[in-house]
Design a protein around this ligand. Structure first.
Ligand code: ATP
Ligand code: MG
Length: 781
């Protein structure tokens, strides 16, 4: 038996070695589903299947990259680079680049992210003179997205009696019309939004039988991870592609289905056996990830859901630590508690930063953790939220590149036509839009004939100069790679110079960000095969496609860095960590306020709770705060109902009260989300925006907290004359006072001159603590 088969248990092996015919693996978290999928691909290749004939769809591009690496290790060659492997969106975008001209799109079509889509929609809503309070772009975008994910064209939408009634009842009878206009505009702009990548792919396969036949024959083997989160469009596409060979293998866990809000449906799992008669079904029951205690909690929690396929997940790992439940007074205290616990675990149990994850329900919860991790000098990185690619200067630069690749891209043109300032003002832009709409020409086409928009004199000359410049870039891209084009854009648009001349702190950061973007493009053109792309396409078009389709878990792809990871639970799907902090376990947050009135929604939140529990290998904390700031005001939530669902025998409770708790300390804070990572000792807040006027909030906050605190037991109230002493002067045997732990005696000193650690006995209740003197405030008594 090959070594890679020896690593598997019997059931896993059975799944891996089942070569032909449909196969479904339904199994709980951590049972090796993803491992089976990876090993199965290697096994197929070992048995003569050509990598070019295998299509594997994963949840993130990072997961795909890891799979490739693992397969290369098993096979000892680099054949895996020829696999069609990646997310649904990235694989379909790649196919579309080859086929889109058949549907009238340019092969360098632009991919609109959700900001582009919303901005286009906003324009259309205005053009229709509709009230954008009623027709909120976000809401309309959601309706259109749902329609596309259900494979509904604008015409079908407008003819669907039920939908029309629903829109009329909500007071928005014109959504169908907006959908039609939006779709027409995207097409005219040569653009697809994220949902189009699925929807157009489906239409391509249905309307072009030769294309369908080509890919049906090409993909002899189709494999899908996280099948429980596929939506109707994805389901239908896969069904079409696999229809000839029926060598389809799906793995999933109905208990981890957490995307129904995006149209995913567990039905896809339940239907599999009906769709593929004689499908082999394998169940995996041994969990290899988590300690017994963690798994027991997970099993009990998910057992409370009514709708599920019964499973019996077990482990032979040791019992492990109990789950720790921690209550704090405020969200800031919650942040401090987590940072303290990480520092302590690193010392006591020799963990590294990378062994910790802080997982929350919504991105907005990250601030308190960011602040406290900075204060403790612990390196971290945030996944999701406002990412590098969403910053203004980066979006501006990329808008230029998008126009070079696809001049029809109206959203990009509108964004930079007068940046840097070149005398094409708002009125001119409005005239161009009107002329384009009236003549049926694109924005770019009108720019070629500015007289169509009634432009004369200086404005017409400015437009002409702009067009000449953009054309020169477009000519360049025929012969040059993405970096050469980007470099020329930076130089000839004056963008880099303008940012360089801005000597404010923010200007400097923007300049550095653009440099970083250029570096990353250079790296892209120089690094072979590590970008998730199989073909050696280093063109601007290929580059743009790749960055647009990065998912949260792919961004900041710096797996090797020793950083604490912060992300939403959704983004943590499929991942595992030694130590997990599940934070913000409060009613209205988790479960979210929107899920409280419907059993199905609540069950989805519970599945999310199951997902977060099962990310942990060794240690799991769950925490909640008595009060927190949300949307600018102090709110008090009850502890989450999910806490009561954890059997008490698997859980220790504690309170992390911090005396003298003050709002924000002096550490740099970044509520705007500008600085999304932090590495101590380097320039810490490269892109930090300093937020003024936090003082008022702090005062009212402290007042409110003091009131709340009066009713709470407090661990230690520091002396009125508390002044932190110089850590250099401390030595064994001294009596000291700690802000939080109270009075104690130093029993041991460790560490070097700049990293001194004191072991202090704080007596009954608190016990011995290791304290890093650089960060803790201690007073010698
Ligand atoms: P999730 O549902 O969270 O996606 P999963 O079912 O995909 O989980 P994997 O991530 O494949 O599970 O595996 C969980 C962990 O167990 C991984 O660290 C994996 O390497 C390990 N593992 C899986 N099978 C075995 C095995 N037979 N022997 C040893 N370790 C295993
Ligand atoms: Mg998995």
């Amino acid at each position: 038996m090959s070594d890679y088969l020896k690593e598997l248990n019997e059931r896993q092996r059975e799944a891996v070695t089942h070569i032909d015919g449909p196969l479904m693996i339904v199994a709980g978290a951590g049972s090796g589903k993803t491992k089976v999928l990876t090993t199965r691909i290697a096994h197929l290749m070992r048995n003569g299947v050509d990598a070019f004939n295998i299509l594997a769809l994963t949840f993130t591009n990072k997961a795909a990259a890891e799979m490739k690496e693992r397969i290369e290790k098993i096979l000892g060659n680099n054949e895996a680079r020829n696999l069609y492997i990646g997310t649904f969106h990235s694989v379909f975008a790649r196919i579309m680049r080859a086929e889109a001209t058949k549907m009238g799109y340019p092969s360098n079509f632009t991919i609109y992210d959700s900001d582009d889509a919303k901005s286009l929609l906003k324009g259309i809503i205005n053009e229709n003179n509709l009230d954008d309070k009623m027709y909120k772009p976000q809401y309309v975008a959601g309706r259109i997205s749902a329609a596309k994910n259900n494979l509904m064209t604008p015409a079908q939408y407008q003819q669907d009696h039920f939908i029309q009634q629903e829109d009329a009842r909500s007071g928005r009878p014109l959504i169908g019309q907006l959908y039609a206009q939006y779709a027409a505009r995207c097409f005219k702009n040569g653009a697809m939004d994220f949902d189009d990548l699925l929807f157009k792919m489906y239409q391509l396969l249905v309307n072009f039988p030769d294309v369908l036949a080509k890919y049906q024959h090409k993909f002899k083997y189709v494999l899908i991870d996280e099948y429980q989160d596929t939506n109707i469009a994805q389901y239908q596409i896969v069904k079409l592609l696999a229809a000839v060979h029926e060598n389809i293998c799906v793995v999933g866990d109905d208990a981890q289905s957490i995307y129904s809000f995006r149209g995913a449906t567990i039905e896809n799992i339940l239907k599999f056996q009906k769709d593929y008669e004689g499908a082999k079904v394998v169940k995996l029951e041994q969990n290899y990830r988590s300690s017994q205690n963690i798994l027991n909690v997970a099993n009990r929690v998910i057992g409370l859901n009514k709708n599920q396929i019964p499973k019996n997940l077990w482990t032979d790992k040791p019992e492990g630590e109990k789950l720790k439940l921690v209550r704090t007074l405020t969200d800031n205290d919650e942040g401090k508690f987590v940072a303290d616990a990480i520092a302590e675990q690193k010392l006591r149990n020799h963990y590294n930063n990378r062994d910790f994850a802080i997982l929350y329900r919504t991105n907005a919860q990250s601030r308190a953790f960011e602040e406290s991790l900075r204060r403790m000098n612990i390196a971290y990185r945030i996944f999701g939220g406002l990412s590098f690619y969403q910053r203004k200067e980066i979006k501006d630069f990329i808008a230029y590149l998008r126009i070079v690749a696809n001049p029809q891209d109206e959203e990009a043109l509108k964004r930079i036509i007068n940046y840097p300032v070149r005398g094409i003002g708002k009125t001119s832009v409005e005239r161009i839009i009107i002329a384009a709409n009236e003549s049926g020409k694109t924005f770019w086409e009108v720019l070629q004939e500015p007289q169509l928009a009634g432009m004369k004199g200086a404005a017409a000359a400015a437009i002409e100069a702009f067009v000449v410049m953009m054309r020169s870039f477009q000519a360049m891209q025929q012969k040059n790679n993405a970096y050469d084009v980007a470099f020329a854009v930076g130089k000839h648009t004056n963008m880099v110079k303008e940012l360089y001349n801005d000597k404010t702190v923010e200007g400097l950061a923007r300049y550095e960000n653009v440099q970083e973007l250029l570096n990353s493009i250079k790296e892209y053109t120089e690094t072979p095969n590590e970008d998730g792309e199989v073909v050696e396409d280093k063109s601007l078009g290929a580059y743009l496609q790749q960055i647009t389709l990065l998912t949260d878990a792919d961004k900041n792809n710096e797996e090797d860095q020793d950083v604490v990871k912060l992300m939403t639970i959704h983004a943590a799907k499929g991942l595992e960590f030694d130590c997990v902090f599940a934070v913000g376990l409060e009613e209205n947050i988790f479960p979210s306020a929107m899920s409280l009135y419907d059993r199905e929604d609540l069950e989805e939140e519970r599945r999310l709770f199951y997902v977060v529990i099962t990310r942990a290998r060794d240690r799991l904390w769950i925490s909640y705060a008595n009060s927190r700031y949300r949307f600018g005001s102090l709110v008090q939530n009850d502890p989450s109902r999910f806490i009561d669902e954890v059997p008490p025998e698997y859980m220790d409770r504690s309170f992390a009260g911090i005396a003298g708790a003050k709002g924000s300390g002096s550490a740099a804070s970044s509520p705007g989300g500008a600085a999304r990572s932090y590495a101590p000792k380097q320039q810490p807040a490269k892109n930090t925006t300093t937020v003024a006027a936090s003082g008022n909030t702090d005062l009212s906050r402290i007042a409110a907290l003091n009131k709340a605190k009066a009713a709470q037991p407090v661990a230690h109230v520091p002396s009125a004359n508390f002044v932190a002493s110089d850590p250099e002067q401390m030595e064994q045997g001294m009596r000291v006072e700690h802000m939080k732990f109270g009075v104690g005696t130093i029993i041991k000193m460790d560490g070097g001159a700049h990293n001194r650690i004191a072991t202090i006995d704080f007596g009954a209740g608190v016990g011995e603590k290791k304290i890093m003197l650089n960060y803790a405030k201690l007073m010698i008594l």
